[in-house]
Design a binder for this molecule. Structure first.
Ligand code: PGA
Length: 246
């Protein structure tokens, strides 16, 4: 049985007072829930959130990490530094990083390896664009992203994968539960070929316009083990409702 996992990706949103109000309201809203829950603020707010989360079960994550361990790389933040600030998780290969920062599969693979060495649990993001889906290439694109990032990883233990179709991110156009389930089943097949021992325990998250209103039907699918939530994670009530639905 895979424990549900719900991750908040705040992206480049936040401000001291807003963060405090959001986290306090979210923790107050959360009552009965079974899911593991992770908040990923921008780097500069990790320390603030570590304090706000205190001894709660809600964990802390970052949205990215460097592919290098240490050195003269202005502006980079290493996986070890994230660990030092209290993060336990890190998102890698988000489509916005791939699109706006030209991150290749090889770079994503190097980040995954850094994250695991630092003791962080990486969440690898994959997903196709609208054009790729229309051209019938969704599965081949996702498979290439998975193989490009995971081929050199010794085993897939301690990893989560988020399927985020690019056309569903921030658009309000979520994939249907059936579309998402079909891709999740495909991803599980691909990872089974890579590491049959750990594939069935691997958690596969769906991301792309997840809201309080569509979370339950997505989570009801056999291979959807949780969600990576952008926009709705900035609203305490909406995010608490998604975590409760998981
Ligand atoms: P969204 O973003 O929930 O705002 O669509 C999801 C993501 O990009 O992780």
């Amino acid at each position: 049985m895979r424990q549900p996992l719900v991750i908040a990706n705040w992206k480049m949103h936040g401000k001291g007072a807003f963060n405090q109000a959001l986290v306090e309201a979210f923790l107050a809203e959360l009552k009965e829930y079974r899911a593991q829950c992770v908040l990923c603020p921008p780097f500069v707010y990790l320390g603030q959130l570590a304090e706000l989360l205190g001894s709660s079960d809600v964990m802390l994550g970052a949205q990215d990490c460097s592919h290098i361990a240490e050195g003269a790389y202005t502006g980079e933040v290493s996986a070890q530094m994230l660990r030092d600030c209290g993060a336990q998780w890190v998102i890698v290969g988000h489509s916005e990083r791939r699109q706006y920062h030209q991150e290749s599969d090889a770079l994503v693979a190097a980040k995954l390896s850094m994250a695991q060495h630092a003791g962080l649990t990486p969440v690898l993001c994959v997903g196709e664009t609208q054009e790729q889906r229309e051209a019938g290439e969704a599965e081949s694109v996702v498979k290439a992203q998975l193989l490009g990032a995971l081929d050199d990883l010794p085993d897939l233990q301690g990893l989560a994968i988020a399927y985020e179709p690019v056309w569903a991110i921030g658009t309000g156009l979520s994939a249907s539960p059936e579309q998402a389930q079909a891709m999740h089943a495909f991803i599980r097949d691909v990872v089974t070929d890579l590491d049959a021992t750990n594939a069935s325990a691997l958690r596969l998250l769906y991301g792309g316009s997840v809201k309080a209103g569509n979370a339950a039907e997505l989570f009801a699918q056999a291979d959807i083990d949780g969600a990576l939530v952008g926009g709705a994670s900035l609203d305490a009530d909406a995010f608490a409702a998604i975590v409760s639905a998981a």
